[in-house]
Design a protein around this ligand. Structure first.
Ligand SMILES: [Mg+2]
Length: 263
């Protein structure tokens, strides 16, 4: 059976990094480290880098190393005006609305922040559930436990899910659990960890279409299918192969050979 759940990261996945949301949150994380934790401003960057690489997120590191209150931290660092940075995205509404999978947001931020982003983009009604760090016992992606908590709560298995994410490091654990992974590269190189890399979430249908193989005798019918990411087999019946097709065969009786070529 095909996959039924679409797990979507929120920040820098549902909108491009150029919107500047993550920069604003980052600036507040730095302020938190200075004002609430008492770290010298000159050391903040180095300490954050270490916490990120050792604990996945700054918050996770601060909880372990400094015993801070995670709720207070999340309130502090997400106190930004999303309305200044994000606007309704009708194209995203159309793309997500057309994908017939249950959509679930999984973020390393707070649920309130994630819901705010979904509200400003105009897509909140399309989401079945939002998992912020509070619901994951503050264990962030890329830890496998974060995904396991989401799956347990959804009564789902990894093989039921497709994860869409802009941080390549977060894909690995998802793959270990059997999820299919889509990396949103935003102009960067594709991620070798991902099953598919796309430039923007607006290309998601193309990434998901790869689950389908269209078998067709009219070459003109292949083009739109390819635009949606489907792989295509052209049945030539003695005619020339179709350049639009991934594979051309003489008759449908050769389909096994075509599928082997596509595998
Ligand atoms: Mg992200």
């Amino acid at each position: 059976m095909s996959r039924s759940l679409l797990l979507l990261d929120v920040d820098n996945t549902l909108y491009p990094p150029s919107r500047g949301v993550v920069e604003r949150v980052d600036a507040l994380i730095n302020r938190y480290l200075v004002e609430r934790v008492g770290i010298d401003a000159a050391e903040v960057d180095a300490i954050r880098r270490r916490l990120w690489s050792d604990y996945g997120t700054t918050l996770h590191g601060l909880m372990h190393r400094r015993g801070i209150d995670p709720a207070d931290y999340l309130r502090f660092v997400h106190a930004i005006d999303l309305g200044e940075l994000l606007a309704a995205d009708p194209a995203l509404v159309v793309v997500l609305g057309r994908i017939p999978l249950l959509k679930v947001a999984v973020t390393n931020g707070s649920a309130a922040h994630a819901r705010g982003v979904l509200d400003h983009l105009g897509v909140r009604a399309l989401f079945f559930r939002v998992y912020g760090l509070e619901r994951l016992a503050f264990v962030p992606k890329p830890y496998v436990q974060a995904y396991q908590m989401v799956l347990a709560d959804l009564h789902a298995l990894g093989r039921d899910c497709i994860l869409v994410e802009d941080r390549a490091v977060n894909l690995r654990a998802a793959r270990q659990l059997g999820m299919r992974t889509v990396y949103v590269a935003d102009g960067g190189p594709p991620a070798p960890e991902a099953d598919v890399s796309i430039g923007s979430v607006l290309e998601l249908e193309r990434a998901l279409g790869r689950d389908c193989i269209l078998v067709e005798d009219r070459a003109v019918n292949l083009r739109a299918a390819r635009q949606l990411g489907m792989r295509t087999v052209y049945v030539a019946d003695g005619g020339p192969p179709a350049p639009e097709a991934d594979v051309s065969i003489g008759s449908v009786l050769e389909l096994e050979r075509a599928l082997a070529a596509l595998a």
